[in-house]
Ligand binder design. Sequence first.
Ligand code: PLP
Length: 388
Amino acid sequence: MVISVNNHRLYLDYAASAPLKKSAQDAWNSAHCHPGNPSSVHSDGRLHSDLLEKSRQIISRFLGENYDVVFTSGGTESIIVAVLGSLNNSLENTHIIASEIEHSAVLGLLERLERGGACITLIKPQPNGQICPADLAKELRPETKLVCIQHANNETGVIQPVADVAEVLRNHNALLLVDAVQTAGKLALPPIDADLLAISAHKFGGPRGIGALRVRKGLSLYPLIIGGSHEGGVRAGTQNVAGAAAMAAAAEECMRNELTSTGREHMVKLREYWEQGITKLPFKILPVSSAPTLPETLCVLIPEMRGDTIADGLDLMGISVSTGSACHAAETVPSHVLSAMGYGHQDAMSALRISFGINLTQTDIDHSLLSLKQVVERIRATAGSATL
Ligand code: PLP
């Protein structure tokens, strides 16, 4: 089955999934069309194992040298392998700290572990969406085994002080897992001193269904997917070589473009252009946070309107945006992230998330802002049903 694509649409939902980069597509095609299993010892098999290890080296450079890299099926699996693997299959006397605003990949897992007997502490963020490392320090106990903190939030783009969290843990035995799914390809990751760090290819131009876990050297993880000795025995099963090669190609492109100082400056300029344009709209539109934020994730509140209705209106005009996490897009309850930041039901339901990439132009932004204005005016004119 082939999905037909309307190329005239404007895609502004990169935080949910970024478009596949051409380099990644080429790498995938070239690897996938060649027969072979990377565990086979013949020439065709070795071709795949060589490509897999070359891809691992590139991902290792992307994430900071001197760590091990385990390929997984994406961000969720990286997180599960990290959490369950580091607990060594035991929940006895186990305390884990995370923030209330983690992705559901973390929160869903912790809820399950709590039911299994683990003790979980969730830290509330400050009203600006950042967690306070001192709050985390107060919750540390001798039996705290793991701290899970995201590098940036998927709904608000707010960047967390993970270096300060690492500092808090310097003299404690607890391991630090950083969920860098939203920041890989956008912020340099090497400076983060984390024991475990999770990424997902489709957030930075690689294919969906492949990700990686960066593991501090010497840290052994209890294997969850057992069988063969693939991925150092941590994750059994024939590796997705084409996916790994495509993720590596996307990572290389990010290192050449998005992650350079020119790339970062360009993203900041695009963000400023959005923000200036928003102030000129003839209705109130408020940034959700004043904390340091990923330039490419713009989350705003449009008071007295419903974000999902506006997103639907923009969709009809050929523009894809979202109201928050793609994993909860169909829900009609307010986002747990905005609620944890202290926003009431009405405000939280009025959120709109626009997320974009390096190829966005000022013309695209002008077009989006004009469309947003038209959608809001149309909703107001037809009144009632769509307003809160
Ligand atoms: N963590 C964060 C912060 C995310 O944004 C996502 C995906 O939206 C995930 C984890 C899960 O990643 P994946 O969709 O690759 O399983």
